[in-house]
Design a protein around this ligand. Structure first.
Ligand SMILES: CC(=O)N[C@H]1[C@@H](OP(=O)(O)OP(=O)(O)OC[C@H]2O[C@@H](n3ccc(=O)[nH]c3=O)[C@H](O)[C@@H]2O)O[C@H](CO)[C@@H](O)[C@@H]1O
Ligand SMILES: C=C(OP(=O)(O)O)C(=O)O
Length: 418
């Protein structure tokens, strides 16, 4: 199994080009099967989850071509299978996003309950309930969701009990081809929902209000082809900014979008960073040692749960005590025991990690438990004295394109080994 070996202590300096957003690319790839003409998608990050998504599409009988590392041409004219098997979807949460498009386009879907990061129970009841409200017959048997609809799905008014990102996306995708108008209330406002809506509108969908808590979709009979470029990854951007701050560096993230990172930049500034930005770049200049910050995760536009592990690593070496409260997922502190192995002084009290910053972390052997936990361990390794070996990096490869190459270019000493 591959690992990352990091020798810490070097400040990150220079420029890093941010990849396309995983959490936008995955729904967009799934949504491509709603169209009946060719769809070209650019700025797709080269990630394990993308490979899994392309395999999933191939399994459904959809032809596609990889035009370059980050560009795919999908030919969704043909769709011959309606089963998303356990073997394919067990590693990836986003595989649930095939349910809505498959049902809308094929009128029948059998989708294994999804895997993905083990950060909590992660039920999909809201996806199922919403599709039922649109007229689907759904049962869950032997780990599979079986969904069927006789005719087209029907527009409905759906009030989401909880704000769910993929839940909103699944219903929004299904509604594009439904008969009549669908209104999703208490919708997720995450930028990835907006990117998906923009993509679907490029193909002829009629979606309004994405980015607010009420999304209205006027169903159309079919979607045509189109060409779209995925938005930049705000979480990858935030991760590099935290790494720059933690190592006392000076890093400019290019090809990004600062407007998606207000809550994160606010906390970085509170921690003492000097931040400057343009339309598509953010520069962070670090002070000698960061100040601790208090963070509460919540749905967008508040502080993202996908950035909390990285801020735990930052607080671990800050000058004082800070805390991180997780309100979205019930089991998202698995990085804490690993950071403790590196000398971090962190106590868990319920859903809050209280970090008393230490002057130095020590290199150690640590293990990734999920995607963002992995990012926090890499950040800690970059700061720590001596060598850190990060094991089980298949988690990090789900969400960061060639992280070791990007960090090496910024001056880090980091190597992938078998
Ligand atoms: C592929 C993708 O885009 N993943 C992101 C997406 O995950 P994902 O879409 O799975 O997360 P949700 O927004 O759905 O989850 C939010 C909360 O709602 C609960 N819930 C969700 C659905 C449901 O049917 N029932 C229910 O109770 C979840 O358990 C969780 O407590 O948003 C999360 C929250 O920003 C991010 O951490 C993930 O990176
Ligand atoms: C939790 C995440 O991913 P997923 O939902 O794909 O497991 C993430 O991107 O941090």
């Amino acid at each position: 199994m591959q690992k990352l070996v990091i020798t810490g202590g070097r400040a990150l300096r220079g420029e890093v080009v941010i990849s396309g957003a995983k959490n936008a690319a995955l729904p967009i790839l799934m949504a491509s099967i709603l169209a009946t003409e060719d769809v070209q998608i650019d700025n797709v990050p080269a990630l394990q989850d993308v490979k899994t998504s392309m395999k999933l599409l191939a399994d459904l009988g959809v032809n596609s071509e990889q035009l370059s590392l980050n560009s795919y041409l999908i030919h969704p004219q043909q769709l011959t299978n309606h089963i998303a098997s356990y073997d394919l979807v067990k590693t990836m949460r986003a595989s649930i996003l095939i349910l809505g498009p498959l049902l809308a386009r094929h009128r029948k879907a059998q989708v294994s309950l999804p895997g993905g990061c083990a950060i909590g129970a992660r039920p999909v009841n809201l996806h199922i309930e919403g599709l039922r409200e649109m007229g689907a017959h759904i049962t869950v048997e032997n780990g599979y969701i079986h969904a069927e609809v006789e005719d087209r799905l029907q527009g409905a008014t759906i009030v989401m009990d909880t704000v769910s990102v993929t839940g909103t996306e699944n219903l929004m995708m299904a509604a594009t081809l439904a008969k009549g108008v669908t209104t999703i209330e208490n919708a997720a406002r995450e930028p990835e929902v907006v990117d998906l809506a923009k993509f679907l509108n490029t193909l002829g969908a009629d979606i309004r209000g994405a980015g607010t808590d009420t999304i209205k979709i006027h169903g159309v009979e079919k979607l045509h082809g189109g060409h779209y470029s995925v938005q930049p990854d705000r979480i990858e951007t935030g991760t590099f900014l935290v790494a720059a701050l933690a190592t006392g560096g000076d890093v400019t993230c290019k090809n990004t979008d600062p407007s998606m990172l207000d809550a994160v930049m606010k906390k970085l500034t509170e921690a003492g960073a000097i931040i400057s930005k343009g339309d598509d770049w953010i520069r962070l200049q670090a002070p000698e040692r960061p100040r601790p910050v208090n963070v509460i995760t919540a749905p967008h536009p508040a502080f993202p749960t996908d950035m909390q592990a990285q801020f735990c690593a930052l607080n671990a070496i800050a000058d004082g005590t800070g805390w991180v409260r997780e309100t979205i997922f019930e089991n998202r502190f698995m990085h804490v025991p690993e950071l403790q192995r590196m000398g971090a002084n962190i106590e868990l009290e319920g859903n809050t990690a209280i970090c008393k910053g230490v002057a130095k972390l020590e290199g150690a052997q640590v293990m990734c438990t999920d995607l963002r936990a992995s990012a926090s361990l890499v950040i800690a390794g970059l700061v720590a004295e001596g060598e850190t070996t990060v094991q089980r990096i298949y988690h990090i490869d789900r969400g960061y394109e060639t992280i070791e190459k990007k960090l090496t270019a910024l001056g880090a000493q980091i190597e992938r080994r078998d």
